[in-house]
Design a protein around this ligand. Structure first.
Ligand code: SF4
Length: 246
């Protein structure tokens, strides 16, 4: 297939990459899905969700932060990586209050879609039932920290696309939590706007647009119709384009 030096191999398939692309970039361009939740094309990768870990020449690396280099032999779909991705996803479910049937994000939620993609049948681990602060102070945007998976997407989108720096992640480990950069710490005192990318990029139901519930009925939402592994190829951060919660 390829006859220049910009090629890598993923699960036995040789693909091209452009100079500067990561393994994730190259895979998505070639329509090869590497599971991910914290990555979004167009934003600086952070590598924090660990779902995109692949095997590169025998070592484990995050595909979203590792540069593609000629000759790399990458394994993506292996039983071991599948088991690790399942465990991560199950942990994310129990660390938050992800009650799909009553969540407005159901059908549009990447965590839920990842569960379906991986064939997850139960949460496996005991539920943490966290109680984290809900912020309903903004007239148009709701923040429910109990559903936040700390993917950092809203943080990066606000800074890199919206040019506002509304969000940040404070603390480490089990104390890590999403904060709002306003004098009161409340969303209502921040300069977030309803059509900001940061207000619409949350992969779960932690940031929701108010008064838009069920605009798209259950059954006709994104992942009701397509697998997360297909939708991923179409994603790119739009500039102030409305997307996401309905
Ligand atoms: S609020 Fe949503 S986008 Fe922001 S860090 Fe939490 S899960 Fe990610």
């Amino acid at each position: 297939m390829a006859n220049n030096e910009h090629t890598i191999t993923i699960d036995g398939t040789e693909i091209h990459f452009k100079a500067g692309q990561t393994i994730m970039d190259a895979a998505l361009s070639a329509k090869i899905y590497i599971p991910h939740l914290c990555h979004y094309p167009g934003l600086t990768p952070s590598g924090n969700c660990r779902l995109c870990v692949v095997e590169l020449n025998g070592k484990h690396v995050t595909a979203c932060t590792t540069q593609a280099q000629f000759g790399q032999q990458i394994r993506n779909q292996t039983p071991e990586l599948h088991a690790a991705r399942m465990a991560i996803t199950q942990m994310l479910f129990v660390e938050g209050n992800h009650i799909c049937p009553s969540c407005e994000k159901s059908g549009n939620c990447k965590l839920q879609a990842m569960g379906y993609y991986l064939g997850m049948r139960d949460e496996h681990y005991p539920q943490f039932n966290p109680r984290r602060e809900m912020d309903a102070s903004h007239p148009a945007v709701l923040l429910d920290r109990s559903r936040c998976i700390l993917c950092d997407l809203c943080v990066r989108a606000s800074r890199e696309v919206d040019g506002k720096n509304v969000f940040a992640i404070a603390g480490r480990g089990i104390h890590a939590h999403l904060i709002v950069n306003s004098a009161s710490g409340k969303l209502g005192d921040s300069d977030i706007a309803v059509d900001d990318v940061a207000a619409n990029i949350c992969p779960v139901g932690a940031i929701l647009i108010k008064e838009k519930g069920y605009v798209t009925p259950i059954g006709r939402r994104i992942y009701d119709q397509r697998m997360i592994s297909e939708v991923a190829f179409d994603e790119h951060v739009p500039e102030h384009e409305e997307h996401g919660n309905d």
